[in-house]
Structure formats: structure tokens, C-alpha cells
Design a protein. Structure first.
Length: 284
């Protein structure tokens, strides 16, 4: 496994591969890897000739009150998982490499970034869009793989990639879940044993929404009402939002239309841990 910490060296490595006609796949992560991340690496290995995985806990996407300093980290474990998954390079810059002294230029995404996660975490997507831009310029990939687990992030990055004409194809991969349905997340390690059980309520609320839709319900308000009731039935849960949005524009819809695709989304604190999850539904 080749570990690269400098942007210049990363660019040189990728340019050399591209010159040889190789397709470069890229999986950006904040480390503490799980099978969700690894599924993206497998996709990249399948679709590309060489795969770069970045591990960088990006300070600009955390607010002052969030968990930047306690975010879980384990580089050795991550490295072993990435060797096994067939990645070629770990890009592992530090904050001084990504944001050198005097750094002052940010990417400000538009309306896709202002609702839902953007309302709860006002500077989050500015940090995400900025770091992904720097990473694209460092890794120079042909393909970049992102998880649908962060559906709004996917929408913001897809939009940004198009708007700023990055020569990168964004590939979105499905949510990977534990066998009981909990969406995998690096933050699941924060959960106590009781909270881990209660965290299933996110997936339960999404399943209830799916069942209602397949039984013919088309009013978002009524579906969200049932979801909120399910979330509130659990002592440690404090819901942040539930929403149904059109999959491409991320606009909220009161009435779900046949033939259209929607994300049903939930963000909920379980104890102190904020979790998100979603499902994609094509309305019959
Ligand atoms: P993170 O390390 O949390 O920044 O995530 C890095 C990438 O892995 C992002 O594109 C996430 O959407 C993706 N990811 C995280 N959890 C999952 C999951 N359970 N299933 C699929 N992709 C995931």
C-alpha cells in the first residue's frame, strides 16, 4: 500500500497513471472505515484501473459544537482493510497540507445545501464542497464514489461537479446496513448498548414510510406524521427532521406523484449521537 501525504506527490502519482492510460478511481472518507466505505472501494476497484482512498477528518465541515476532536480514528486498522479491499493508494494529508496558512477560498453551494442538513448544520456543506474540490484537484480522478447514506451530500457534490466543470464522474452507491437494518456509520461507535438498539428506530420509521407509500398513501404530511410518531416512541431519540424530497432537485413535495423518485430522509439524535438515514422510492 502506497501512502501519500502531500498534494504535489498525489498529483504526480495520478498524472503518471493517467499518462499510462489508467482510469483513476477515488473514494473520499474520514476514516474509521466500515463495510459502507469498503463497498465504495469495491465499486472503484471494479470500475477503475487504480483506486485512491483519502482519509482526512475535515475540520471545515464540523461546527464548533460538533465532534471534530473526538471523531474516531484508527489508521492502522483502516490501512489493513484497504489492503484487503484492493485499494492502491491512501491519500492521508494533514490539515496544514489541505488548508495551508492564509487559506481563504471556499466553495459555497446553492439551494440544495440550504435545507435539511444545511439548516441543522449551516456551514457543513461549505466545508464538504471545499474539501471535495481540493481533493479532486489533488487526486485528479476519473471517477469519484460517494454513498447514498449521505444523500444530500451526493446532491450537493453532483451539482458542484457539474457547475464547476470538474472532469470527474460522480458515482453514487447504495446504503450499506448492519444485519438488523441500522445504516453503517463511523459514529455508531458512540452508541451505548441500549442506544444501539434504540437507533433501529430510524430504519423503522423509513420502513413504515415505504409501507404506507406501497399501500397507496401519497400525502407527505401523513407519512411524516407516522414517522415522527415512531421516532418519538423511543426514550433516547430526539428527531431533528423527517422529509420527503424529489431525488434530483431535493425539493420537498406535498403530494407524491406516480413515476417520480423521492428520498425519504430522517435525522435523529440517539442520546448525544446524531444519525441520518434515508431510502429512495420510485412511486408506482
Ligand atoms: P465519511 O467517512 O462518513 O465521510 O464517509 C465517506 C463516504 O462513505 C461517503 O461518501 C459516505 O456517504 C459513504 N458512506 C458512509 N456510510 C455509508 C454506508 N452505510 N453505506 C454506503 N456508503 C456509506
Amino acid at each position: 500500500m502506497h501512502i501519500i501525504t502531500s498534494i504535489k506527490e498525489m498529483q504526480q502519482w495520478s498524472l503518471a497513471r493517467r499518462k499510462d492510460g489508467k482510469l483513476v478511481g477515488f473514494v473520499p472518507t474520514m476514516g474509521f472505515l466500515h463495510d459502507g466505505h469498503i463497498s465504495l472501494v469495491h465499486e472503484s476497484v471494479k470500475k477503475s484501473d487504480v483506486t485512491v482512498v483519502s482519509i482526512f477528518v475535515n475540520p471545515t465541515q464540523f461546527s464548533a459544537t460538533e465532534d471534530l476532536s473526538t471523531y474516531p480514528r484508527d489508521f492502522e486498522r483502516d490501512k489493513n482493510l484497504l489492503v484487503a479491499a484492493g485499494a492502491d493508494v491512501i491519500f492521508f494529508p494533514d490539515a496544514g497540507m489541505m488548508y495551508p496558512d492564509g487559506f481563504e477560498t471556499y466553495i459555497i453551494p446553492g439551494k440544495t445545501s440550504t435545507i435539511l442538513e444545511g439548516e441543522s448544520r449551516p456551514t457543513h456543506f461549505r466545508g464538504v464542497a471545499t474539501v471535495v474540490s481540493i481533493l479532486f484537484n489533488a487526486v485528479l480522478p476519473d471517477f469519484a464514489f460517494f454513498g447514498q447514506k449521505d444523500a444530500q451530500q451526493c446532491a450537493v457534490i453532483t451539482r458542484m461537479t457539474k457547475d464547476l466543470a470538474f472532469p470527474v464522474q460522480v458515482v453514487i452507491c447504495p446504503v450499506v446496513r448492519e444485519s438488523d437494518g441500522l445504516a453503517m456509520s463511523s459514529r455508531n461507535v458512540y452508541l451505548s448498548e441500549t442506544e444501539r438498539k434504540e437507533a433501529l428506530v430510524l430504519n423503522k420509521s423509513l420502513t413504515a414510510a415505504k409501507n404506507m407509500i406501497f399501500e397507496g398513501e401519497r400525502r407527505s404530511h401523513d407519512i411524516l406524521h407516522v414517522m415522527n410518531g415512531i421516532l418519538k416512541s423511543v426514550p433516547s431519540a430526539s428527531p431533528d427532521y423527517t422529509a420527503i424530497v424529489q431525488s434530483d432537485s431535493f425539493e420537498k413535495s406535498e403530494i407524491l406523484e406516480s413515476g417520480k423518485e423521492y428520498f425519504v430522509l430522517v435525522a435523529c439524535r440517539i442520546g448525544k449521537t446524531r444519525l441520518i438515514d434515508n431510502i429512495l422510492i420510485l412511486i408506482p
